[in-house]
Design a protein around this ligand. Structure first.
Ligand code: SF4
Length: 192
């Protein structure tokens, strides 16, 4: 059982709820979207990486003292073995954050799920003659998947200072569909 990994590294979280927290980052390779401004094209446009067994990932992560682990991508939920990986890390005592574009739902073990649906400005209309644009448009915003994550039993929203009537209590940055409907752009939910 292997997971395609682009990189595993130790760093300080630069955004979100645990900003400033020393963490081990596991970056999976492969994404079902093609954001035009993607800052990790080596996991999406031209995916690179190697297949790691879950044991190998665990061994690598244990080289660092950090308890916090961020599983990011690419799109980590695309990996067939992601649930097994997360469950193994959890059993080993890790605090897990998963960063996802929220286009795929899996009941994966973690402590904080950081959802980052993509807005219309992400669509690559011109890049590579626009060959991924239609696919990206169809997938980038999946309200059903977002709802499933938010509705997970035993989870609650991270309460921050920004609120919208649509989703009171959720951490909401900004977002829209077309020019009228406000939706969640980035939401963090965690286990109670
Ligand atoms: S979802 Fe993330 S990894 Fe995938 S293309 Fe967009 S920015 Fe890149």
């Amino acid at each position: 059982m292997t997971v395609r990994i682009s990189e595993i590294f130790y760093s300080i979280q630069g955004e979100g709820r645990f900003i400033g927290t020393p963490s081990v980052f596991i970056r999976t390779s492969g994404c079902n979207l093609r954001c035009v401004w993607c800052d990790t094209p080596y996991t999406s446009w031209t995916p690179e990486g190697e297949d790691w067994t879950i044991k190998e990932v665990l061994r690598e992560v244990r080289k660092y003292s950090a308890r916090h682990i961020v599983i990011t991508g690419g799109e980590p939920l695309l990996a067939a073995e992601i649930q097994e990986l997360a469950a193994t890390l959890k059993r080993a005592g890790a605090h897990i954050t998963i960063e996802t574009a929220a286009t795929i739902f899996k009941p994966v073990a973690c402590d904080l799920m950081s959802l980052s649906p993509k807005l219309a400005n992400s669509t690559p209309w011109k890049r590579q003659q626009g060959k991924f644009a239609q696919m990206h448009e169809e997938r980038r915003l999946n309200l059903e998947v977002i709802q499933k994550f938010i509705g997970r039993k035993g989870w609650s929203a991270v309460s921050e200072s920004l609120f919208l009537p649509l989703a009171p209590g959720y951490r909401v940055y900004f977002g829209q569909i077309g020019s009228t409907v406000v939706v969640l752009l980035m939401v963090e939910i965690r286990r109670k």
